[in-house]
Write a protein that binds this ligand. Structure first.
Ligand SMILES: [Zn+2]
Ligand SMILES: [Zn+2]
Length: 175
């Protein structure tokens, strides 16, 4: 998904696009811990001031991830706000590289050859927005580290290290 700079006229350029799950997965890459479960949508407005392109809009996607504790599939709906300033590579302001102009949460990206690689921008923004680890619920009990049972579904018979500590405490008498 490439956008030529000369397509961005004085009124800017709107991009409203349905995204196929296969395309999203390709953008996320084979190593991604998340996979798209359905089509998404991309709504963008691009405007240009000289060589600098401002991109703002939003991305809606549905992804599935594994719960970090119990490994069950978790469905996540992601509504990613996009706000990125794009500079021609080699001509970017130093402050952008040092991260000094990201105070207002605007992302900074570079483009080459008068062409914006939208897929690359989208990938970076998705990764910024994805939670570090997904949980099926805040109080997911996870898997037993000894026997591997999913503790959300059934208790297991393994002795609990923490319980043993507590019972040891009970034997201490305070006089
Ligand atoms: Zn879980
Ligand atoms: Zn167990």
């Amino acid at each position: 998904m490439q956008i030529q700079l000369d397509k961005i006229g004085p009124d800017g350029l709107d991009v409203d696009q349905k995204l196929q799950s296969a395309w999203i997965n390709e953008v996320l890459g084979a190593e991604a811990p998340f996979a798209a479960t359905g089509p998404g949508s991309l709504n963008l407005h691009l405007s240009r001031a000289g060589d600098v392109v401002y991109l703002c809009g939003r991305l809606d996607i549905q992804v599935s991830a594994k719960c970090a504790r119990c490994l069950e599939a978790v469905e996540l709906g992601m509504d990613v706000p996009l706000e990125v300033a794009l500079f021609p590579r080699g001509d970017e302001p130093k402050a952008a590289i040092d991260g000094e102009i990201s105070a207002d949460d605007m992302g900074v990206a570079l483009y080459d050859n008068m062409e914006i690689n939208l897929a690359g921008v989208i990938r970076d923004e998705i990764y910024l927005e994805l939670p570090m680890s997904a949980l099926c619920s805040e109080d997911c009990a996870g898997l037993c580290t000894h026997c591997g049972v999913n503790l959300n579904a059934e208790p297991c018979q393994c002795p609990k290290a923490i319980d043993m500590r507590w019972s040891a405490l009970k034997d201490i008498s305070i006089n």
